[in-house]
Design a protein around this ligand. Structure first.
Ligand code: ATP
Ligand code: MG
Length: 450
Protein backbone atom coordinates (compact mmCIF):
# COMPACT_ATOMS: atom_id res chain seq x y z
CA UNK A 1 0.00 0.00 0.00
CA UNK A 2 1.16 3.50 -0.79
CA UNK A 3 0.53 5.85 2.08
CA UNK A 4 -0.44 8.64 -0.34
CA UNK A 5 -3.41 6.50 -1.44
CA UNK A 6 -4.35 5.11 1.95
CA UNK A 7 -6.66 6.45 4.62
CA UNK A 8 -4.60 6.85 7.77
CA UNK A 9 -5.96 9.81 9.71
CA UNK A 10 -3.22 10.10 12.39
CA UNK A 11 -3.69 12.64 15.16
CA UNK A 12 -0.86 14.84 16.43
CA UNK A 13 -2.58 15.70 19.69
CA UNK A 14 -3.19 13.17 22.41
CA UNK A 15 -6.98 12.81 22.75
CA UNK A 16 -7.99 13.89 26.23
CA UNK A 17 -10.76 11.31 26.68
CA UNK A 18 -8.39 8.35 26.46
CA UNK A 19 -7.20 7.10 29.85
CA UNK A 20 -5.08 4.15 28.78
CA UNK A 21 -2.23 3.89 26.33
CA UNK A 22 -3.92 1.50 23.91
CA UNK A 23 -6.93 3.78 23.54
CA UNK A 24 -4.67 6.82 23.00
CA UNK A 25 -2.56 5.07 20.37
CA UNK A 26 -5.54 3.55 18.58
CA UNK A 27 -7.06 7.01 18.22
CA UNK A 28 -3.77 8.69 17.33
CA UNK A 29 -2.82 6.01 14.80
CA UNK A 30 -6.17 6.44 13.05
CA UNK A 31 -7.32 2.88 13.85
CA UNK A 32 -10.75 3.67 15.31
CA UNK A 33 -13.29 6.44 15.61
CA UNK A 34 -15.86 6.55 18.36
CA UNK A 35 -19.42 6.90 17.09
CA UNK A 36 -21.25 6.66 20.42
CA UNK A 37 -20.21 5.61 23.92
CA UNK A 38 -18.51 2.22 23.57
CA UNK A 39 -19.30 1.98 19.84
CA UNK A 40 -16.54 2.37 17.28
CA UNK A 41 -15.87 2.42 13.58
CA UNK A 42 -12.83 0.44 12.65
CA UNK A 43 -10.83 2.62 10.25
CA UNK A 44 -8.64 0.84 7.66
CA UNK A 45 -5.56 0.28 9.85
CA UNK A 46 -7.60 -0.92 12.83
CA UNK A 47 -9.76 -3.11 10.62
CA UNK A 48 -6.65 -4.80 9.22
CA UNK A 49 -5.45 -5.79 12.69
CA UNK A 50 -8.93 -6.94 13.69
CA UNK A 51 -9.12 -9.16 10.59
CA UNK A 52 -5.68 -10.63 11.32
CA UNK A 53 -6.77 -11.59 14.82
CA UNK A 54 -10.00 -13.02 13.46
CA UNK A 55 -8.04 -15.12 10.95
CA UNK A 56 -5.75 -16.49 13.66
CA UNK A 57 -8.75 -17.41 15.80
CA UNK A 58 -10.42 -19.18 12.87
CA UNK A 59 -7.27 -21.09 11.96
CA UNK A 60 -6.71 -22.30 15.49
CA UNK A 61 -10.35 -23.24 16.04
CA UNK A 62 -10.45 -25.20 12.82
CA UNK A 63 -7.16 -26.86 13.74
CA UNK A 64 -8.78 -28.01 16.99
CA UNK A 65 -11.63 -29.59 15.03
CA UNK A 66 -14.26 -26.94 15.78
CA UNK A 67 -16.79 -25.99 13.12
CA UNK A 68 -17.26 -22.35 11.99
CA UNK A 69 -20.70 -20.90 11.30
CA UNK A 70 -22.48 -17.58 11.73
CA UNK A 71 -25.47 -16.60 13.83
CA UNK A 72 -27.18 -13.20 13.67
CA UNK A 73 -26.60 -10.26 16.01
CA UNK A 74 -30.33 -9.75 16.60
CA UNK A 75 -32.22 -12.44 18.45
CA UNK A 76 -35.81 -13.11 19.35
CA UNK A 77 -36.46 -12.85 23.09
CA UNK A 78 -38.46 -16.09 23.05
CA UNK A 79 -35.46 -18.39 23.46
CA UNK A 80 -34.17 -16.30 26.34
CA UNK A 81 -37.54 -16.52 28.06
CA UNK A 82 -37.31 -20.27 27.67
CA UNK A 83 -33.89 -20.47 29.32
CA UNK A 84 -34.89 -18.05 32.05
CA UNK A 85 -32.15 -15.57 31.21
CA UNK A 86 -34.39 -12.88 29.67
CA UNK A 87 -35.10 -11.52 33.12
CA UNK A 88 -31.89 -12.71 34.74
CA UNK A 89 -29.54 -10.89 32.35
CA UNK A 90 -30.47 -7.42 33.55
CA UNK A 91 -29.80 -3.98 32.07
CA UNK A 92 -26.69 -5.08 30.14
CA UNK A 93 -29.00 -6.61 27.57
CA UNK A 94 -30.14 -4.22 24.85
CA UNK A 95 -33.84 -4.94 24.37
CA UNK A 96 -35.50 -3.92 21.14
CA UNK A 97 -39.09 -4.08 19.94
CA UNK A 98 -39.81 -4.61 16.25
CA UNK A 99 -42.76 -3.17 14.29
CA UNK A 100 -44.91 -6.21 15.11
CA UNK A 101 -44.31 -5.49 18.78
CA UNK A 102 -42.14 -8.57 19.17
CA UNK A 103 -39.45 -8.56 21.84
CA UNK A 104 -36.01 -8.74 20.29
CA UNK A 105 -32.53 -8.20 21.64
CA UNK A 106 -29.03 -7.52 20.39
CA UNK A 107 -27.24 -10.71 21.42
CA UNK A 108 -24.77 -10.44 24.31
CA UNK A 109 -23.89 -14.13 23.75
CA UNK A 110 -25.46 -17.12 21.96
CA UNK A 111 -26.00 -20.09 24.29
CA UNK A 112 -29.76 -20.07 23.73
CA UNK A 113 -29.62 -19.72 19.97
CA UNK A 114 -27.02 -22.44 19.48
CA UNK A 115 -28.92 -24.79 21.80
CA UNK A 116 -32.03 -24.19 19.71
CA UNK A 117 -30.12 -24.95 16.51
CA UNK A 118 -28.71 -28.08 18.05
CA UNK A 119 -32.03 -29.43 19.34
CA UNK A 120 -33.67 -28.78 15.96
CA UNK A 121 -31.20 -30.92 14.05
CA UNK A 122 -29.35 -33.37 16.28
CA UNK A 123 -30.96 -36.34 17.97
CA UNK A 124 -28.34 -39.05 18.24
CA UNK A 125 -25.11 -39.56 20.14
CA UNK A 126 -23.60 -40.59 16.81
CA UNK A 127 -23.36 -36.91 15.81
CA UNK A 128 -21.27 -36.14 18.89
CA UNK A 129 -18.82 -34.80 19.88
CA UNK A 130 -19.58 -31.50 18.18
CA UNK A 131 -18.24 -28.01 18.71
CA UNK A 132 -19.74 -25.11 16.76
CA UNK A 133 -18.45 -21.56 16.91
CA UNK A 134 -18.81 -18.19 15.31
CA UNK A 135 -17.10 -14.81 15.41
CA UNK A 136 -19.75 -12.13 15.58
CA UNK A 137 -20.51 -8.70 17.05
CA UNK A 138 -22.06 -8.69 20.48
CA UNK A 139 -23.74 -5.93 22.46
CA UNK A 140 -23.66 -5.47 26.20
CA UNK A 141 -24.91 -2.20 27.54
CA UNK A 142 -21.99 -1.83 29.93
CA UNK A 143 -22.50 0.59 32.80
CA UNK A 144 -19.11 2.17 32.16
CA UNK A 145 -17.80 1.66 28.66
CA UNK A 146 -14.15 2.72 28.75
CA UNK A 147 -10.60 2.04 27.65
CA UNK A 148 -11.63 2.24 24.01
CA UNK A 149 -12.29 -1.15 22.43
CA UNK A 150 -11.28 -2.98 25.60
CA UNK A 151 -14.59 -2.35 27.30
CA UNK A 152 -16.91 -1.40 24.52
CA UNK A 153 -20.65 -1.87 24.31
CA UNK A 154 -20.51 -3.34 20.82
CA UNK A 155 -17.59 -5.75 20.57
CA UNK A 156 -16.37 -8.59 18.39
CA UNK A 157 -16.19 -11.97 20.03
CA UNK A 158 -15.52 -15.55 19.13
CA UNK A 159 -17.92 -17.80 20.98
CA UNK A 160 -17.88 -21.56 20.69
CA UNK A 161 -20.19 -24.21 22.12
CA UNK A 162 -19.44 -27.88 22.65
CA UNK A 163 -22.07 -30.63 22.75
CA UNK A 164 -21.08 -33.96 24.27
CA UNK A 165 -22.73 -37.15 25.44
CA UNK A 166 -20.90 -37.41 28.75
CA UNK A 167 -19.28 -35.17 31.27
CA UNK A 168 -15.97 -36.83 30.48
CA UNK A 169 -16.27 -35.91 26.79
CA UNK A 170 -17.26 -32.36 27.69
CA UNK A 171 -14.19 -32.04 29.90
CA UNK A 172 -12.08 -33.16 26.97
CA UNK A 173 -13.70 -30.34 24.95
CA UNK A 174 -12.83 -27.97 27.80
CA UNK A 175 -9.19 -29.05 27.74
CA UNK A 176 -9.09 -28.89 23.95
CA UNK A 177 -10.29 -25.29 24.10
CA UNK A 178 -7.71 -24.43 26.71
CA UNK A 179 -4.94 -25.82 24.50
CA UNK A 180 -6.23 -24.07 21.37
CA UNK A 181 -6.46 -20.77 23.25
CA UNK A 182 -2.89 -21.05 24.50
CA UNK A 183 -1.74 -21.51 20.93
CA UNK A 184 -3.98 -18.70 19.66
CA UNK A 185 -2.71 -16.12 22.12
CA UNK A 186 0.92 -17.09 21.61
CA UNK A 187 0.54 -16.62 17.86
CA UNK A 188 -0.63 -13.10 18.62
CA UNK A 189 2.61 -12.46 20.50
CA UNK A 190 0.84 -12.54 23.86
CA UNK A 191 1.32 -14.41 27.06
CA UNK A 192 -2.19 -15.10 28.37
CA UNK A 193 -2.27 -16.97 31.66
CA UNK A 194 -5.21 -19.29 32.40
CA UNK A 195 -6.59 -18.46 35.83
CA UNK A 196 -9.30 -20.15 37.84
CA UNK A 197 -12.33 -17.89 37.68
CA UNK A 198 -15.89 -17.36 38.82
CA UNK A 199 -18.63 -18.47 36.48
CA UNK A 200 -20.90 -15.38 36.67
CA UNK A 201 -24.27 -15.33 34.83
CA UNK A 202 -23.35 -18.25 32.53
CA UNK A 203 -23.32 -20.66 35.46
CA UNK A 204 -21.37 -23.87 35.98
CA UNK A 205 -18.45 -25.06 38.06
CA UNK A 206 -15.48 -25.24 35.79
CA UNK A 207 -14.14 -22.09 34.26
CA UNK A 208 -10.82 -20.47 33.49
CA UNK A 209 -10.15 -16.95 32.30
CA UNK A 210 -7.13 -16.06 30.21
CA UNK A 211 -5.39 -12.93 31.42
CA UNK A 212 -2.75 -10.79 29.79
CA UNK A 213 -0.62 -9.03 32.38
CA UNK A 214 -0.79 -5.24 32.05
CA UNK A 215 -0.74 -2.38 34.54
CA UNK A 216 -3.98 -1.05 33.13
CA UNK A 217 -5.83 -4.37 33.52
CA UNK A 218 -9.20 -4.23 35.25
CA UNK A 219 -8.65 -7.41 37.29
CA UNK A 220 -6.28 -7.87 40.18
CA UNK A 221 -4.42 -11.14 39.74
CA UNK A 222 -2.38 -13.34 42.07
CA UNK A 223 0.01 -15.92 40.68
CA UNK A 224 3.07 -18.05 41.10
CA UNK A 225 5.74 -16.50 38.86
CA UNK A 226 6.54 -20.02 37.59
CA UNK A 227 3.46 -19.76 35.33
CA UNK A 228 5.11 -17.04 33.26
CA UNK A 229 7.95 -19.43 32.38
CA UNK A 230 5.53 -21.77 30.60
CA UNK A 231 5.50 -21.49 26.82
CA UNK A 232 3.25 -23.34 24.43
CA UNK A 233 5.85 -23.09 21.66
CA UNK A 234 5.50 -25.15 18.50
CA UNK A 235 4.11 -28.32 20.10
CA UNK A 236 2.33 -30.59 17.71
CA UNK A 237 -0.88 -31.42 19.54
CA UNK A 238 -3.28 -34.16 18.53
CA UNK A 239 -6.51 -32.53 19.63
CA UNK A 240 -8.35 -35.87 19.65
CA UNK A 241 -5.89 -37.24 22.17
CA UNK A 242 -7.58 -36.77 25.55
CA UNK A 243 -4.50 -37.57 27.61
CA UNK A 244 -2.36 -35.12 25.67
CA UNK A 245 -4.86 -32.26 26.04
CA UNK A 246 -5.34 -33.08 29.73
CA UNK A 247 -1.55 -33.04 30.15
CA UNK A 248 -1.26 -29.53 28.73
CA UNK A 249 -4.20 -28.40 30.86
CA UNK A 250 -2.51 -29.80 33.97
CA UNK A 251 0.82 -28.21 33.07
CA UNK A 252 -0.65 -24.74 32.55
CA UNK A 253 -3.18 -24.67 35.40
CA UNK A 254 -1.59 -26.54 38.30
CA UNK A 255 0.41 -23.56 39.56
CA UNK A 256 -1.41 -20.92 41.57
CA UNK A 257 -2.99 -18.28 39.31
CA UNK A 258 -6.28 -16.62 40.22
CA UNK A 259 -8.19 -13.41 39.81
CA UNK A 260 -9.45 -11.48 42.81
CA UNK A 261 -12.83 -13.19 42.47
CA UNK A 262 -11.46 -16.62 43.37
CA UNK A 263 -8.28 -15.63 45.21
CA UNK A 264 -7.52 -17.71 48.31
CA UNK A 265 -4.93 -16.19 50.67
CA UNK A 266 -4.24 -19.46 52.46
CA UNK A 267 -3.45 -21.30 49.21
CA UNK A 268 -1.43 -18.38 47.89
CA UNK A 269 0.66 -18.44 51.07
CA UNK A 270 1.86 -21.91 50.09
CA UNK A 271 3.61 -20.50 47.02
CA UNK A 272 7.28 -19.83 47.83
CA UNK A 273 7.50 -16.18 48.83
CA UNK A 274 9.96 -15.13 46.13
CA UNK A 275 7.56 -16.45 43.47
CA UNK A 276 4.37 -14.76 44.75
CA UNK A 277 3.17 -12.03 42.42
CA UNK A 278 0.29 -9.58 42.67
CA UNK A 279 -0.40 -7.70 39.45
CA UNK A 280 -3.13 -6.57 37.11
CA UNK A 281 -4.50 -8.34 34.06
CA UNK A 282 -6.81 -7.97 31.07
CA UNK A 283 -9.28 -10.80 30.45
CA UNK A 284 -8.99 -11.84 26.80
CA UNK A 285 -10.82 -15.16 26.92
CA UNK A 286 -12.80 -17.52 29.08
CA UNK A 287 -13.80 -21.19 28.91
CA UNK A 288 -16.73 -22.81 30.74
CA UNK A 289 -18.09 -26.24 31.36
CA UNK A 290 -21.68 -25.90 32.54
CA UNK A 291 -23.03 -29.42 32.22
CA UNK A 292 -26.71 -29.73 31.30
CA UNK A 293 -27.86 -26.28 32.42
CA UNK A 294 -29.10 -25.16 28.98
CA UNK A 295 -29.89 -28.59 27.59
CA UNK A 296 -32.18 -29.27 30.58
CA UNK A 297 -33.89 -25.89 30.30
CA UNK A 298 -34.34 -26.10 26.54
CA UNK A 299 -34.67 -29.81 25.90
CA UNK A 300 -31.46 -30.41 23.97
CA UNK A 301 -31.21 -34.18 24.16
CA UNK A 302 -29.76 -37.09 22.23
CA UNK A 303 -30.44 -40.76 22.18
CA UNK A 304 -27.47 -42.55 23.72
CA UNK A 305 -25.97 -45.90 22.62
CA UNK A 306 -28.29 -47.69 25.08
CA UNK A 307 -31.38 -46.08 23.51
CA UNK A 308 -31.99 -43.77 26.47
CA UNK A 309 -32.65 -40.08 25.73
CA UNK A 310 -30.32 -37.86 27.76
CA UNK A 311 -29.55 -34.11 27.90
CA UNK A 312 -26.22 -33.17 26.31
CA UNK A 313 -23.29 -31.82 28.29
CA UNK A 314 -22.24 -28.40 27.13
CA UNK A 315 -19.64 -25.71 27.55
CA UNK A 316 -19.07 -22.31 26.04
CA UNK A 317 -15.81 -20.63 25.21
CA UNK A 318 -15.12 -17.01 24.30
CA UNK A 319 -12.31 -14.88 22.97
CA UNK A 320 -12.58 -11.09 22.98
CA UNK A 321 -11.28 -10.44 19.48
CA UNK A 322 -11.78 -6.66 19.47
CA UNK A 323 -10.54 -6.33 23.07
CA UNK A 324 -7.38 -8.17 22.02
CA UNK A 325 -6.38 -5.32 19.71
CA UNK A 326 -6.17 -3.06 22.77
CA UNK A 327 -4.63 -5.76 24.97
CA UNK A 328 -1.81 -6.37 22.49
CA UNK A 329 -1.01 -2.65 22.47
CA UNK A 330 -1.09 -2.52 26.28
CA UNK A 331 1.45 -5.36 26.29
CA UNK A 332 3.60 -4.02 23.45
CA UNK A 333 4.35 -0.32 23.03
CA UNK A 334 6.82 2.40 23.99
CA UNK A 335 6.60 6.17 24.32
CA UNK A 336 6.65 6.64 20.55
CA UNK A 337 3.79 4.35 19.74
CA UNK A 338 2.64 0.81 19.14
CA UNK A 339 5.02 -2.11 18.54
CA UNK A 340 3.10 -4.85 16.70
CA UNK A 341 4.19 -8.45 17.12
CA UNK A 342 4.96 -9.85 13.65
CA UNK A 343 2.02 -12.26 13.79
CA UNK A 344 -0.59 -9.49 13.86
CA UNK A 345 1.04 -6.45 12.29
CA UNK A 346 -1.22 -4.59 9.82
CA UNK A 347 1.66 -4.24 7.33
CA UNK A 348 4.78 -6.36 7.42
CA UNK A 349 7.23 -3.49 6.99
CA UNK A 350 7.37 0.19 6.22
CA UNK A 351 9.36 1.74 3.41
CA UNK A 352 10.39 5.34 4.02
CA UNK A 353 11.57 7.40 1.11
CA UNK A 354 13.76 10.20 2.47
CA UNK A 355 13.70 12.13 -0.78
CA UNK A 356 10.47 11.72 -2.63
CA UNK A 357 10.88 12.93 -6.20
CA UNK A 358 14.54 11.92 -6.42
CA UNK A 359 14.60 9.56 -9.40
CA UNK A 360 17.02 7.10 -7.86
CA UNK A 361 15.35 7.02 -4.43
CA UNK A 362 11.89 6.64 -5.99
CA UNK A 363 13.08 3.77 -8.20
CA UNK A 364 14.80 1.99 -5.28
CA UNK A 365 11.66 2.27 -3.15
CA UNK A 366 9.47 1.00 -5.95
CA UNK A 367 11.78 -1.95 -6.49
CA UNK A 368 11.74 -2.82 -2.75
CA UNK A 369 7.98 -2.49 -2.75
CA UNK A 370 7.62 -4.85 -5.72
CA UNK A 371 10.04 -7.44 -4.32
CA UNK A 372 8.39 -7.53 -0.89
CA UNK A 373 4.92 -7.68 -2.46
CA UNK A 374 6.10 -10.57 -4.63
CA UNK A 375 6.90 -12.50 -1.42
CA UNK A 376 3.20 -12.35 -0.57
CA UNK A 377 3.86 -9.72 2.11
CA UNK A 378 2.36 -6.26 2.48
CA UNK A 379 4.68 -3.27 2.77
CA UNK A 380 3.44 0.22 3.59
CA UNK A 381 5.34 2.69 1.44
CA UNK A 382 5.46 6.26 2.74
CA UNK A 383 5.66 8.03 -0.60
CA UNK A 384 4.37 11.36 0.67
CA UNK A 385 6.29 14.55 0.07
CA UNK A 386 7.01 15.10 3.76
CA UNK A 387 9.97 15.68 6.03
CA UNK A 388 11.86 12.61 7.22
CA UNK A 389 11.08 13.39 10.88
CA UNK A 390 7.34 13.31 10.23
CA UNK A 391 7.59 10.05 8.29
CA UNK A 392 9.57 8.37 11.07
CA UNK A 393 7.12 9.61 13.71
CA UNK A 394 4.19 8.14 11.76
CA UNK A 395 5.94 4.79 11.29
CA UNK A 396 6.86 4.65 14.99
CA UNK A 397 3.31 5.52 16.03
CA UNK A 398 1.61 2.90 13.85
CA UNK A 399 4.15 0.36 15.06
CA UNK A 400 5.22 -1.70 12.02
CA UNK A 401 7.90 -4.06 13.36
CA UNK A 402 10.38 -3.36 10.52
CA UNK A 403 11.23 -0.25 8.54
CA UNK A 404 13.42 0.15 5.47
CA UNK A 405 14.74 3.66 4.99
CA UNK A 406 15.88 4.71 1.55
CA UNK A 407 17.85 7.91 0.79
CA UNK A 408 20.17 9.23 -1.89
CA UNK A 409 23.19 9.16 0.42
CA UNK A 410 22.87 5.46 1.24
CA UNK A 411 22.05 4.54 -2.32
CA UNK A 412 25.37 6.05 -3.44
CA UNK A 413 27.01 3.34 -1.33
CA UNK A 414 24.53 0.75 -2.52
CA UNK A 415 22.75 0.43 0.83
CA UNK A 416 19.44 1.04 2.56
CA UNK A 417 18.75 0.96 6.29
CA UNK A 418 16.76 -1.79 8.02
CA UNK A 419 15.42 -0.81 11.46
CA UNK A 420 13.79 -2.96 14.08
CA UNK A 421 10.94 -1.09 15.80
CA UNK A 422 11.28 -3.02 19.06
CA UNK A 423 15.01 -2.55 19.66
CA UNK A 424 15.54 0.58 17.58
CA UNK A 425 18.63 -1.07 16.09
CA UNK A 426 19.50 -0.24 12.49
CA UNK A 427 21.66 -1.95 9.98
CA UNK A 428 22.86 -0.81 6.55
CA UNK A 429 22.67 -3.40 3.82
CA UNK A 430 22.09 -3.72 0.07
CA UNK A 431 18.37 -3.56 -0.90
CA UNK A 432 18.35 -7.18 -2.02
CA UNK A 433 19.62 -8.33 1.37
CA UNK A 434 17.01 -6.21 3.14
CA UNK A 435 14.32 -8.02 1.17
CA UNK A 436 15.88 -11.37 2.04
CA UNK A 437 15.85 -10.44 5.74
CA UNK A 438 12.17 -9.49 5.60
CA UNK A 439 11.44 -12.81 3.85
CA UNK A 440 13.33 -14.68 6.57
CA UNK A 441 11.52 -12.88 9.42
CA UNK A 442 8.09 -13.83 8.10
CA UNK A 443 8.99 -17.29 6.80
CA UNK A 444 6.57 -19.90 8.09
CA UNK A 445 4.15 -17.32 9.46
CA UNK A 446 0.60 -17.14 8.14
CA UNK A 447 0.57 -13.89 6.21
CA UNK A 448 -2.95 -13.53 4.99
CA UNK A 449 -3.63 -9.90 4.20
CA UNK A 450 -6.67 -7.92 3.30
P1 ATP B 1 -15.73 -8.95 31.68
O1 ATP B 1 -15.55 -9.72 32.97
O2 ATP B 1 -14.48 -8.29 31.19
O3 ATP B 1 -16.94 -8.07 31.68
P2 ATP B 1 -17.07 -11.28 30.71
O4 ATP B 1 -16.44 -12.29 31.59
O5 ATP B 1 -18.40 -10.76 31.03
O6 ATP B 1 -16.05 -10.04 30.56
P3 ATP B 1 -17.35 -13.24 28.61
O7 ATP B 1 -18.79 -13.48 28.63
O8 ATP B 1 -16.43 -14.21 29.25
O9 ATP B 1 -17.05 -11.78 29.20
O10 ATP B 1 -16.92 -12.92 27.10
C1 ATP B 1 -15.80 -13.49 26.44
C2 ATP B 1 -14.74 -12.46 26.15
O11 ATP B 1 -15.29 -11.31 25.48
C3 ATP B 1 -14.11 -11.88 27.41
O12 ATP B 1 -13.08 -12.72 27.86
C4 ATP B 1 -13.57 -10.55 26.91
O13 ATP B 1 -12.29 -10.75 26.31
C5 ATP B 1 -14.56 -10.15 25.83
N1 ATP B 1 -15.46 -9.09 26.32
C6 ATP B 1 -16.43 -9.21 27.23
N2 ATP B 1 -17.05 -8.03 27.44
C7 ATP B 1 -16.45 -7.13 26.61
C8 ATP B 1 -16.63 -5.75 26.35
N3 ATP B 1 -17.56 -5.04 26.98
N4 ATP B 1 -15.85 -5.15 25.42
C9 ATP B 1 -14.91 -5.87 24.77
N5 ATP B 1 -14.69 -7.17 24.98
C10 ATP B 1 -15.43 -7.81 25.89
MG1 MG C 1 -15.42 -13.70 31.07
Amino acid sequence: MRLSRYFLPVLKETPSEAQVVSHRYMLRAGMIKQNAAGIYSWLPLGFKVLRKLENIVHEEQIRAGHIPMLMPTLQSADLWKESGRYDAYGPEMLRIRDRQDRDMLYGPTNEEMITDIFRSHVGSYKDLPMTLYHIQWKFRDEMRPRFGVMRGREFFMKDGYNFDLTKEDALHAYNRHLVSYLRTFERMGLQAIPMRADSGPIGGDDTHEFLVLAETGESEVFYDSAVTDLKFGDRDIDYDDEAQCAGVMEEFTSKYARTDETHDEALFAQVPEDRRRVARGIEVGQIFYFGTKYSDAMGATVQGPDGKVVPVHMGSHGIGVSRLVGAIIEASHDDKGIIWPEGVTPFHCGIVNLKQGDAEADAACQSLYDSITALGLEPLYDDRDERAGGKFATMDLIGLPWRITVGPRGLKNGVVELTCRRTGESEELPPREAVARIAEIYAGMEVRGL
